[in-house]
Design a protein. Structure first.
Length: 383
């Protein structure tokens, strides 16, 4: 099997693990009787762990000049911890195992994306043709987990997570490592990158757009349950959301244009605004499930454009670290704000008010991305 096809298989399996963790951990915690504030506390604290773990493993990857070996270690630990997490019911134990899973599983995301991008460049294929299989894995596992919980019970999550983790490990063993840049790694190049004004404003934009997405990731399943939806309906919601990404990633070679990334992010921010505004009006769980099809125009477009823009401004030798900074903002810093404030807001004002609030934040992201597109878009064209 070619390296590209092996990586496609790994993407399918890794994002299946992410579906079980990101989408169904809040549902699992809610089923254990925890209030929204404690759910937010657990996931938000996990975001704090991510702030340290993702840069740590990204730096280790860049310093050792290997992605594959780091990923193998993280997969072994994640598989074991994930199994233990979904067989626990004590608040303290749940908190502890969630922290460990954030430490081991979440750093795999930027490393996988870095491997995707560099392998695509080396083999002359589009990034989207590889990343598409991640969306397929997320969609398929979301649907499967929803039905598994409905008919086999919550404890089936532990066996699913452990089994998929072991298969992922086997596939990862067969993967070639990422191409290594010939440029020497220097702290000066990293300081120049992180101190650049364009980089700083870009990271601010990522944060503004990411917080509403992360709040939705955390509380969508809980909100559907509160509206009377069943676990299999939650699985269908995530299946539609992740499934709608497949064609977008597959066709990224056609719509993702260099130099137009900020305008594309503005496009996705508009649909984030529309999606969350409609979510604040809808009280029928089936209608809310179908609304997840708007994911087509939000996350896959936003994240693909963000990665391409990042890779145009980050020094080549710090790509894995740059990718980690992006994932850190999306899954770490924004996840903390989303979980702590989102949990408090949900508990205090309810789901409808929460979605109205994040729709306003998405609109601010839309305006900010248009401003940056005007400033730096013209600068790039002049250059």
């Amino acid at each position: 099997m070619s390296s590209s096809n092996l990586l496609r298989s790994f993407n399918f399996l890794y994002f299946a693990l992410l579906a079980m963790f990101v989408s169904f951990l809040p549902v699992y915690l809610d089923a254990q009787g925890l209030p929204a504030t404690k759910i937010g506390l657990i996931i938000g604290t996990g975001g704090i762990i991510t702030i340290f773990s993702q840069p740590l493993w990204g730096m280790i990857s860049d310093r050792t000049r290997t992605i594959k070996k780091v990923m193998l270690l993280l997969l072994v630990c994640s598989s074991l911890v994930g199994y233990l997490l979904y067989t626990s019911n004590s608040f303290i134990v749940l908190l502890l195992f969630t922290m460990f899973l954030y430490f081991f599983l979440m750093p795999l995301d930027p490393l996988t994306e870095s491997l995707n991008f560099q392998t695509a460049e080396a083999n002359g294929v589009s990034y989207g043709s590889i990343r598409t299989f991640g969306a397929i894995g997320y969609a398929v596992m979301s649907l499967a987990v929803g039905y598994a919980i409905q008919y086999l019970g919550l404890n089936s999550l532990g066996y699913l997570f452990g089994g998929i983790g072991i298969i992922s490990l086997i596939i990862c063993l067969a993967l070639p490592d990422a191409p290594v840049t010939g440029k020497p790694i220097t702290l000066k190049s990293l300081r120049n990158f992180l101190g650049n004004k364009e980089t700083i404003w870009f990271m601010v934009l990522i944060f503004i757009v990411a917080v509403p997405q992360r709040i939705n990731d955390t509380f969508l399943g809980v909100y559907i349950r509160k509206l009377g939806g069943s676990p299999d309906l939650i699985g269908q919601a995530w299946f539609l959301a992740a499934g709608s990404e497949i064609l977008v990633f597959a066709l990224s070679f056609w719509w993702l244009r260099k130099g137009k990334e900020l305008a594309i992010i503005a496009f996705s921010a508009f649909f984030y605004f529309l999606r969350f505004l409609l979510s604040s009006w809808i009280t029928e769980p089936h209608a809310l499930v179908y609304l997840q099809l708007l994911q087509t125009f939000t996350f896959p477009i936003f994240y693909s454009a963000a990665i391409q823009y990042l890779y145009r401004i980050v020094p080549e030798e710090w790509r894995a670290t740059g990718q980690t900074v992006l994932a850190l903002l999306f899954f770490g810093v924004s996840g903390i704000v989303a979980s702590y404030l989102g949990g408090w807001f949900y508990e205090s004002f309810g789901g409808q008010s929460l979605y109205l609030w994040i729709s306003i934040m998405s609109f601010i992201g839309l305006l900010f991305s248009l401003v940056l597109s005007t400033i730096y878009g013209k600068t790039k064209m002049a250059a």
